[in-house]
Design a protein around this ligand. Structure first.
Ligand code: ADP
Ligand code: MG
Ligand code: ZN
Length: 636
């Protein structure tokens, strides 16, 4: 139904303005020509000068004259027609000199026996009608055109209308899940969404509620937009796609209107998917640090509010699922992430080695590859790159191969393409050198091994040296086994220990040559130690006291605190600092001891990590038990 109606409407939309424009142009031309119309009608009349006309009267060639306020028209005697002129004419006309009353004219006419016909100037009925009605008609025509344009969401004058593109099955450039690689976990979650749309009954049978909003989160170029398109391609439902920045326009209030229209349209076409790309453009937190201090962002806020209202106002069981993508989830308004709105978040991460190889493979399908090409090697050379970069490399290599006239893309083309793309990337993403990669591997293993060794740490879920979140070079993911409401002092100390594990490993392996890589860890460790001393009364020297009083921000929902009010003496401040320093130092020594003792396994894991880039829990445990058999008792 949708697919059929759209091309027709499009056609109408396309030619309607053209027809109206022609009508208007013709009308305007007519209007300009109107004064000349009578002349065209009453030819052949020869235009002559006043003196020529007088001469003709004197010569007795004129039979009759008709005098009006601006003109004298003379009817020639039949035998005198068009003397000396190349156009035969039976009448001649001259403009009367304005403001000049010619006293000789009437006596002359009388002398020559010329018949004088006065003329009462009443313009013909049709002409006066035209003159008065045409502008009105044109105006009416123009406004009908404008109104229609606005009503149909055409191009030139659509202010309030949504600009969503509709992807559908028939689209040629449609994407499917087979075009997306290396982000298997994200893909698996979206497969479920597709299934929701295809057979909602299956999920609602037991009373479950279908999720309303799915937010794709991840660094730029990891394939969020592509994934959304693939969902559309797979789901076989209409797919309304619009970019967040398109909501924010010149006119205040337009963004909100556009959101309303988008959802109205979507409801009409349910089941369907609404995809808002770059959600952060509208979804930025309203309660930012400076909100209310510096003037508000009215337009964006209105748009955001409208989006929230629309998301609350419909029922996903009707089959409208909203997807959105962002690479800056941290700036999103918390209200957007509440249950009932974007309650599902799908992380689309940078791909690891295997992922990159898979992505290269997807893009290599489009080009002609020489047999000797080993995409695994290429994948190994591109840590930190995302899908968009890899697509770029494959394309660049194809161009290079074509330039040198080769029959197929060879290894050297791909290698050169990497160099080129890497150069361009230097500012955006860091692509690690082997030395850096080694250091990051030791660092992350340090965290992981500390977590494995201390008694109270959450189990290690996965270690990776692929820079995931912005600013971090690697990550050690720990999954809490149970949600904790209370934390004991040893548990907090172990957390600090795990945070310090990265720095400690670097310290041990590189003999004290440490790097900037631990910056964030140290920040968090210091903060936690300070909290333990100041907020939780966990320092023996200072006892069960709380120091300082936080000043909360202006807004309740904002978790930002605006610094702290000091309610203790200078002397106490010094002791707090000492206690914090001591806690950190003590813990650091403990971590260094642990890691030095387990140096063998530290190095084993690091080697493995450099090779594979990602190690998950089972693999990690296997390496540990193989290296240290029988396993050492965990040092507490
Ligand atoms: P994002 O929206 O996350 O910034 P895009 O989806 O726009 O990234 O990705 C840009 C292009 O990069 C895609 O069109 C595709 O060619 C390529 N690409 C990105 N990620 C992948 C992936 N996981 N698999 C295959 N190709 C990818
Ligand atoms: Mg995108
Ligand atoms: Zn670290």
């Amino acid at each position: 139904m949708l697919r059929d109606s759209i091309p027709l409407r499009d056609k109408i939309r396309r030619w309607l303005p053209a027809v109206l424009q022609t009508v208007i142009t013709v009308g305007l031309v007519l209007l300009l020509w109107l004064p000349f119309l009578p002349l065209l009608q009453s030819s052949p009349v020869q235009q002559v000068s006043y003196s020529e006309l007088l001469q003709a009267i004197r010569d007795g060639r004129v039979q009759a004259v008709q005098i009006s306020s601006g003109e004298i028209r003379a009817l020639l005697r039949p035998d005198q027609a068009s003397k000396g002129r190349n156009v035969p004419a039976h009448a001649m006309s001259a403009t009367r000199p304005p403001d000049l009353y010619d006293p000789e004219l009437l006596p002359l006419l009388r002398n020559k026996g010329v018949e004088v016909v006065g003329k009462i100037e009443t313009p013909s009925l049709w002409r006066s009608l035209l003159v008065s009605a045409l502008p009105m008609l044109l105006l009416i025509g123009f406004w009908t055109w404008v109104i229609r344009k606005m009503g149909r969401g055409g191009e030139a004058l659509q202010f309030g209308r949504n600009r969503a593109k509709i992807y559908n099955r028939t689209q040629r450039e449609k994407a499917t899940f087979s075009d997306v690689a290396g982000v298997d976990e994200s893909r698996a979650e979206l497969v479920e969404i597709v299934d929701f749309l295809r057979n909602p009954e299956k999920y609602q049978r037991l009373g479950g509620r279908i999720p309303k909003g799915v937010l794709l989160v991840g660094p730029p170029g990891t394939g969020k937009t592509l994934l959304a398109r693939a969902v559309a391609g797979e789901a076989e439902v209409p797919f309304f796609s619009i970019s967040g920045s398109e909501f924010i326009e010149l006119f205040v209030g337009v963004g909100a209107a556009r959101v309303r229209d988008l959802f109205d349209e979507a409801k009409k076409h349910a089941p369907c998917i609404v995809f808002i790309d770059e959600l952060d453009a509208i979804g930025k937190s309203r309660a930012g640090v400076l909100a209310g201090v510096v003037g508000g962002h009215d337009e964006r806020e209105q748009t955001l509010n409208q989006l929230l209202v629309e998301m609350d106002g419909f029922d996903s069981s009707k089959g409208v699922i909203i997807m959105a993508a962002t690479n800056r989830p941290e700036v999103l308004d918390p209200a957007l992430l509440r249950p009932g709105r974007f309650d599902r978040q799908v992380v689309v991460d940078r791909p690891d080695l295997a992922g990159r190889e898979a992505i290269l493979r997807v893009h290599a399908r489009k080009i002609k590859l020489a047999d000797a090409v080993d995409l695994h090697v290429i994948a190994a050379r591109t840590p930190g790159m995302v899908g968009a970069d890899l697509a770029n490399i494959v394309n660049e290599a194809a161009l290079l191969a074509a330039r040198r006239g080769a029959a197929a893309v060879e290894m050297r083309d791909l290698e050169e393409a990497i160099d080129r793309v890497t150069l361009g990337l230097e500012k955006r993403t860091r692509v690690m050198t082997p030395a850096e990669k080694e250091r990051v591997a030791y660092h992350e293993t340090g965290h992981a091994l500390t977590a494995l060794s201390v008694k109270h740490a959450d189990p290690v879920h996965r270690i990776t040296i692929i820079p995931r979140s912005i600013g971090a070079l690697g990550a050690t993911l720990q999954l809490p086994t149970t949600e904790k409401y209370l934390l004991t002092k040893p548990e907090l100390e172990d957390r600090v220990a795990v945070m310090l594990g990265g720095r400690a490993a670097e310290d041990i392996i590189y003999n004290g040559v440490i790097s900037t890589g631990a910056h964030n860890d140290l920040e968090r460790a210091t903060e936690m130690a300070r909290q333990m001393v100041m907020r939780y009364g966990m320092s023996e020297r200072l006892g069960n006291q709380v120091f300082g009083k936080p000043m909360m921000g202006q807004y309740l929902e904002s978790t930002m605190s605006f610094g702290e009010q000091r309610n203790f003496s200078e002397h106490t401040a010094e002791r707090i600092d000492e206690e914090v320093a001591q806690l950190i130092e003590r813990t650091y020594q403990r971590v260094k001891d642990i890691l030095s003792h387990r140096r063998g396994v530290l190095e084993r894991i690091t080697v493995e990590l450099q090779k594979r880039e990602t190690i998950d829990r089972e693999e990690l445990e296997k390496i540990v038990s193989e290296t240290e058999s029988p396993p050492r008792p965990a040092a507490a």
